[in-house]
Design a protein around this ligand. Structure first.
Ligand code: ADP
Length: 644
């Protein structure tokens, strides 16, 4: 037999130190985490046994057992699930830290008020919560179906663990917790019973415990004989009701029960924002219990790490990660689907193409979008909270789920040039409050609200009282492209193409003035164009500026600066296109430049001005200047000249 002593990876040890040394209430959570692991292990064992019954080893009764032992001050959580091989023990609870470990530590460092208990399950490191109450933890485990593969692991959480081959008669895992002296409450029957009822009642397998009862023997009159020695009887009792909560009637389920179940399957620690519980009848029969979380799960942006729905077929567990039941943009929804129609031997790999799965999926999407629409209409503030957390995920749907575009576009909320800092506007509200002269829906994309709110592109729109949507999520560029229009009003970027805000009459009125401006500035524009030939495609007079001197715009088909930054972030070799420099002829600086140009076109100061104008325009669109040193030197020298 080989025994080795190994070191935990640094992150795991850091995590353990946090778990061991912080003070908290609700330590009993450790039991929920370990039972949840046991239940998952049985789920997996059961699933494997559908294909290969050697896994069963002639014991078809899946169960979890709690074994409190006051003599040794240990609490054992035993399951007869799938078990772990030596490699799996190493990978899951040994040296190799999961990405969740790092996250957990970062979160604990950043958020001083965070409770490790609340985070531990969420980041997939629940096993280590055993160290909250135990001074030593042993794991004795054996992979189901392989009698020779027993493993023993133990650690006191002090930086190292010991791992060795071991004998184990029955399949599955024993987690043996050597409780600390002040944690003996977890050996008391009443305490364990209460914890199971509170947190694990719905676990689908029996959680059993031996209950010892003392009874006085009866005397001749049939009354307890107080003088005789008590008789002890031991019987195994199941502590949980095992009722699949999704199969129960809604009216019989309490908020707390829903909440605990939500925490169990999602590993989130918040309250669900909405609970969607329904039974579909008709062509396809299934029960479903879905939850919309109130905060974004930490791994929401990583598709691989994020788990899908739990799938059951006729009450039998099939998968705890069925991604085919929901489109990706609804991946924040946690829950269970239990189908009556799918075959029990359905393979996880072919689920995606299964016509029944597709039908269920369609129905789930309808329900979820309906619930969100309802929430928006009836509990707007709650919806806003949801939107702030998960709006950017829902927006992906606009791009990917064309069939539901109509419904999805009503769910969108945006910041805009006229909303208060914390407010949003929907497309419908936007259109409803458009002035009659406004024909299109205007938007600007950028990195943050502050940047776009102060951008010169807004000037002419503000002046006219035209609202401009602020699109500051990276996904927004794709949202507007896929959406294209709303209620037959085109979505138009204000920093791209030519913007015409004037009506025909206004145009007529201003025609003369414009022609004059064009003539007047023609030579200067040509000059600027020549100086900036490598950088810009065209220099023209702007109709969108009223106060600022100049700005850069993309041409109609081109990419704006924000989009370019996104592309560049994704692809280093990306070559940006040339943009158009628009100038505001009413700005004083052009009067000055025109005069300089009239006197001497080769004037160095004029060249500096052109350079500075272009750099200003770059800054305005949120791009860096080309040569910051030169830029600041030019400004300083101008400041000196201005003071002379
Ligand atoms: P999580 O359960 O969220 O993945 P844990 O830290 O609780 O995180 O467990 C890590 C992994 O260890 C599990 O994903 C599982 O693969 C394995 N594991 C834990 N407990 C058991 C068990 N009782 N039986 C089999 N495998 C287990």
């Amino acid at each position: 037999m080989s025994t080795s002593k190994k070191k935990f990876k640094t992150e795991v040890q850091q995590l353990l130190d946090i778990v061991i040394h912080s003070l908290y209430t609700r330590k009993e959570i450790f039991l929920r985490e370990l039972i949840s692991n046991a239940s998952d292990a049985i789920d997996r064992g059961r699933y494997e046994s559908l294909k290969d019954d050697s896994v069963l080893e002639d014991d078809p009764n899946w169960k979890i057992k709690l074994i409190p032992d006051k003599a040794t001050r240990t609490l054992t959580i035993r399951d007869n699930g799938i078990g772990m091989t030596k490699d799996e023990v190493e990978a899951n609870i040994g040296t190799i830290a999961s990405s969740g470990t790092r996250r957990f530590i970062d979160e604990m460092k950043q958020n001083k008020d965070a409770s490790p208990i609340e985070l531990i399950g969420q980041f997939g490191v629940g096993f280590y919560s055993a160290f909250m109450v135990a001074e030593k933890v042993e794991v004795l485990t054996r992979r189901a179906g392989d009698k020779a593969a027993g493993v023993h692991w133990e650690s006191t959480g002090d930086g190292t663990y010991i791992i060795a081959d071991a004998e184990k008669e029955s399949r599955g895992t024993d987690v043996i917790m050597h409780l600390r002296e002040d944690e003996t409450e977890f050996l008391e029957e009443w305490r364990l019973r209460k914890i199971i009822q509170t947190y694990s009642d719905f676990v689908a397998y029996p959680i059993a415990m031996d209950i010892t009862r003392k009874e006085q023997p009866l005397d001749e009159d049939g009354k307890p004989d107080e003088d005789a020695e008590a008789i002890e009887t031991v019987s195994e009792e199941t502590l949980n009701s095992m009722k699949a909560i999704w199969k129960r009637t809604k009216s019989e389920i309490t908020e707390d029960e829903y909440q605990e179940f939500y925490r169990h399957i999602s590993h989130n620690f918040d309250k669900p924002l909405e609970t969607i519980h329904f039974k579909a009848e008709g062509v396809n029969e299934f029960s479903s219990l879905l939850f919309i979380p109130s905060s974004a799960p930490w791994n929401i942006l990583s598709r691989e790490e994020h788990k899908g729905l739990h799938l059951y077929v006729k009450n039998v567990f099939i998968s705890d990660d069925c991604k085919d039941l929901l489109p990706e943009y609804l991946r924040f929804v946690a829950g269970v689907v239990d189908s009556s129609d799918l075959p029990l031997n359905v393979s996880r790999e072919t689920l995606q193409d299964h016509v029944i799965v597709q039908r269920i999926r369609k129905s789930l999407v309808g329900k979820i979008l309906g619930a969100l629409a309802d929430l928006k209409e009836k509990k707007y503030e709650k919806y806003v909270e949801f939107w702030k957390e998960l709006g950017k995920v829902v927006k992906e749907g606009i791009h990917f789920d064309y069939a539901n575009k109509e419904k999805l576009q009503e769910l969108l909320l945006f910041r805009s040039s006229t909303t208060e800092k914390d407010d949003f506007v929907s497309l419908k509200q936007y259109v409803d409050r458009m002035p009659s002269t406004q024909k299109e829906i205007y938007f600007i994309t950028g990195d943050s609200r502050d940047v776009v709110a102060n951008s010169p592109y807004l000037e002419a729109f503000n002046k006219r009282g035209y609202e401009v949507l602020f699109l500051t999520d990276p996904i927004d560029e794709w949202v507007v492209q896929s959406l294209n229009e709303y209620q037959e009003k085109k979505l138009t970027p204000i920093n791209q193409g030519e913007i015409e805000l004037d009506s025909e009459e206004e145009k007529e009125e201003k025609k003369e003035e414009r022609e004059k401006q064009k003539d007047e500035y023609k030579e200067l524009l040509d000059y600027i164009q020549k100086q900036l030939d490598e950088q810009v495609k065209e220099v023209r007079i702007s109709s969108r500026l009223t106060d600022s001197a100049c700005c850069l715009v993309a041409d109609k088909q081109g990419m704006n600066a924000h989009m370019e930054r996104l592309f560049r972030a994704a692809n280093q070799d990306f070559v940006p296109g040339k943009r158009i420099l628009e100038i505001n002829p009413t700005h004083q600086v052009f009067g000055v430049m025109k005069e300089l140009h009239g006197k001497d076109a080769e004037n160095d100061r004029l060249k500096d001005y052109v350079e500075l104008l272009y750099d200003q325009a770059l800054l305005n669109e949120g791009s860096p200047v080309r040569n910051p040193l030169r830029f600041t030197r030019l400004i300083s020298s101008l400041m000196v000249k201005a003071g002379e």
